[in-house]
Design a protein around this ligand. Structure first.
Ligand code: PAF
Length: 285
């Protein structure tokens, strides 16, 4: 099976996309940091189903990692990633170096207002500035019609939708459902860091979200008892350390006392040095 075209520079990427455009194809982009798993594959399949030319970017973006985060040890199984892209019939893999993406004179960053400083942004200062900046660069390089992101990174998706609206970007942002292990753990490239005990206890995230969902389905509309329940469940989980438990309005990402409208239940929990996130988005009348 012929594999995807692998490009490393802006010019060769633009040339390949321009040819696809002259063939009348719509361009789908799946931005990733590699270490592809079934969650990424679901994004690639959505792109394959909806567009005629599928590009996957694989770039571990240094500007979205804090000084004490896992940039150096972040998994980079590039050959395996290309095998997955080949099996999924991807047309192009853009795999630039940090030097290609960030020249020594680089100075411009994208800030998406107060959306970037709450939830994950509160414990990862600068993270979403790095994400928004690299995604805007990827949009400018690939010029996709549609770009695909996972709901697991709900705040990232919300921020990128805001950026696309505010900056009049001619790209549709499509957010695809979370893909889970059979026991409910949300797929993440960081799950490989978990030891056996942490991996077993990590199902506490989905169990907590399900418990909140059951209370909401039973009629609970007050945030406080739900937050208390979530904290109690996570505090009782061996090895878990809560980063945040939040019930926020999905539009503003601000906390809400009474649940109404598009409500995001979101968790971030450390197991050792590994920080896991998960969420459920509810539409509440
Ligand atoms: O979600 C990710 O993998 C990254 O944040 C992204 C969107 C590829 C930007 O580096």
């Amino acid at each position: 099976m012929a594999g995807p075209l692998i490009t490393r520079t802006v010019d060769e990427t633009r040339r390949a996309v321009a040819i696809a455009r002259t063939q009348g194809k719509r361009i789908g982009l799946v931005p990733t940091m590699g270490a592809l798993h079934a969650g990424h594959v679901s994004l690639i399949r959505a792109a394959r189903a909806e567009t005629g030319f599928v590009a996957v970017s694989i770039f571990v973006n240094p500007t979205q990692f804090g000084p004490n985060e896992d940039l150096a040890r972040y998994p980079r199984p590039f050959e395996k990633d290309v095998e997955i892209c080949t099996a999924e019939n991807v047309d192009l893999v853009f795999h630039p170096t940090p030097e290609i993406m960030y020249s020594p004179s680089f100075k411009t960053f994208v800030e998406v207002g107060d959306l970037q400083n709450v939830l994950c942004g509160a414990s990862r200062p600068g993270h979403f500035r790095g994400v928004a900046t690299v995604v805007l660069k990827l949009f400018n390089i690939v010029q996709p019609d549609v770009a695909y992101f996972g709901q697991k990174d709900a705040q990232q998706a919300r921020i990128l939708m805001q950026m696309a609206t505010d900056l009049d970007l001619p790209v549709e942002i499509e957010v695809c459902p979370i893909v889970r292990e059979p026991d409910g753990l949300a797929l993440s490239s960081r799950n490989v860091y978990l030891d056996a005990a942490q991996r077993a206890n990590a199902t506490a995230l989905i169990r907590t979200l399900q418990a909140l969902r059951e209370r909401i389905d039973a009629g609970e509309r007050s945030a406080e008892p739900l937050l208390r329940l979530a904290r109690a469940m996570l505090d009782a989980t061996p090895g878990a350390r809560i980063d945040y438990v939040a019930i926020v309005d999905f539009d503003s990402l601000q906390p809400m006392d009474r649940l109404k409208g598009r409500v995001l239940l979101a968790l971030a929990v450390y197991f050792g040095a590994t920080r896991l996130i998960d969420n459920v988005l509810n539409d509440i009348k």
